[in-house]
Design a binder for this molecule. Structure first.
Ligand code: FRU
Length: 459
């Protein structure tokens, strides 16, 4: 039966926000604007939210602050796509009121789209904030009404004020949600709850917890199956660099294991691995459609410069990728439909497919034709590592090709994504050239290069 819930109209007139966005859009400096990556129309973007499929379209929401290209009271921006590559901006979906609208997810229930997000409120007492879970509903996928009974999930087992980024899914007769939190002694963990109606929630278990060396907070958890295994994807804060690993301010990665819907226990089988090795990849989230699992992430990092912010905007999404479990690891391939962006004529943005002899060194210099940012990509057969050297700031990882020995490189106006082989090693890195891209082979060997221009597919 369809239960009718009381919802309230959001106070802020969305129209006014949209009028403001329209006006500011004209002032944006286009030099670093991305051609085929979702970015905010103006202002600031961080995490992807509510990645889902509803009424024939993919929906991708995001943490959004329209009034500055710095983080501010969080709204939810909104984009939709028929195919995961052509995107259109919709009106702002959620506006902060008593609560900032932090990250969350979307499900479809009784033909309605339901958003579950973290309401972050400031409080009088230490620690001066608290986080609880809110709902919002839509029956057209455009206009959202917040639930009158918010918050629906106000408690953690230990009373931690850090309680955010709900990812909801349906299994059998129940809705389940994983939410990021921490222990009293500041170890990151993920909590699991269950509900029959999305309103009343029951705590089930801690499905993952840092034993001490896995950070102080686990943000943006996601929990799903690949080939019969359960995957706990999350973004831990506070990992200490170890050799080539954990080089970013915060990381995103996954634990493979077994989960039981009877005991609600998640037993890890393969410990935490990063899912992307580039400089700018965080707060990833997934959705499933027709048996395929898609992932998208914030194509930036906290607490580092975002050079586009002086241009009136900041932040982007990675291209969508498809996940597959191969042995003890996840491989990540560009979404298949991205090939529909290929065009004949040369452009400023594009895709390169590079084949070299992996028994010899490879070195590719990718730089702005008038200077500015640059990246050097290297393959060192001695140590079997792929290196992404962004102006001396190095990310590197061992690569054992599963099959294909090609590199697929996606260049946009201020970004590079490198997919090695079948997607067993991926680097996502923002880089800011002056002028168009210039690619030079500095290897001791000739390389086989196929190049495509990619057409614009975002506003
Ligand atoms: C992750 C995060 C989330 C939070 C959101 C706030 O990048 O810190 O935990 O919900 O950003 O914008």
């Amino acid at each position: 039966a369809v239960v009718h819930l009381k919802t309230i109209k959001q106070n802020h007139a969305i129209n006014e926000i949209e009028a403001y966005i329209e006006e500011k859009r004209a002032e944006i400096n286009p030099r670093y604007r991305l051609h085929y990556h979702v970015a905010p129309p103006v202002g600031w973007m961080n995490d992807p939210n509510g990645f889902s499929f509803y009424k024939g379209e993919f929906h991708l929401f995001y943490q959004f602050y329209p009034y500055d290209s710095q983080w501010g009271p969080m709204h939810w921006g909104h984009a939709v796509s028929p195919n995961l590559v052509d995107w259109k901006t919709l009106p702002t979906a959620l506006v902060p009121e008593e609560e900032m609208c932090f990250s969350g997810s979307a499900v479809v229930k009784d033909d309605e789209m339901v958003l579950m997000y973290t309401g972050r409120r400031t409080t009088e007492e230490e620690p001066f904030y608290n986080e609880t879970q809110y709902l919002a509903f839509s029956n057209d996928g455009v206009e959202f009404h917040k639930y009158e009974g918010n918050p629906v999930l106000p408690y953690t087992p230990n009373g931690s004020p850090d309680f955010r980024d709900p990812k909801v899914w349906q299994h059998g007769d129940h809705w389940y949600v994983v939410i990021g939190s921490k222990t009293d002694d500041e170890r990151g963990r993920v909590l699991l709850y269950r509900s029959a109606d999305l309103i009343n929630w029951e705590f089930l278990s801690v499905i993952g917890e840092s034993s001490g060396d896995m950070g102080y907070m686990w943000e943006c958890p996601d929990f799903f199956q690949l080939k019969g295994k359960h995957i706990l994807l999350m973004s831990p804060q506070g990992l200490v660099p170890q050799g080539d690993r954990y080089m970013n301010v915060h990381q995103t990665g996954y634990i493979i294991g077994k989960f039981s819907y009877e005991t609600f226990e998640f037993v890890p089988e393969v410990s935490f691995q990063e899912i992307d090795f580039g400089h700018d990849f965080y707060a990833a989230t997934t959705t499933e459609k027709d048996g395929k699992r898609y992932i998208v992430a914030w194509f930036n990092m906290w607490d580092v410069p975002h050079p586009e912010d002086v241009d009136g905007w900041a932040g982007a999404m990675t291209i969508v990728r498809e996940l597959e479990l191969v042995g003890n690891r996840i491989v990540m391939k560009p979404v298949e439909t991205i090939t529909s962006l290929r065009e004949r004529q040369c452009g400023m943005t594009g895709e390169l497919i590079i084949t070299g002899d992996l028994s010899q060194n490879i070195e590719l210099l990718i730089k702005g034709s008038n200077g500015g940012g640059q990246v050097v990509l290297r393959w060192d057969p001695q140590v079997r590592k792929v290196v992404v050297d962004r102006e001396g700031d190095i990310r590197q990882v061992e690569w054992l090709p599963l099959g294909s020995e090609q590199w697929r490189i996606f260049l946009d106006a201020s970004s590079l994504e490198l997919f090695c082989g079948e997607g067993e090693v991926v680097f996502s890195t923002r880089v800011y050239p002056d002028g168009g891209w210039q690619v030079t082979n500095l290897s001791p060997q000739p390389l086989d290069v196929i190049a495509y221009a990619l057409r614009r597919s975002v506003p």
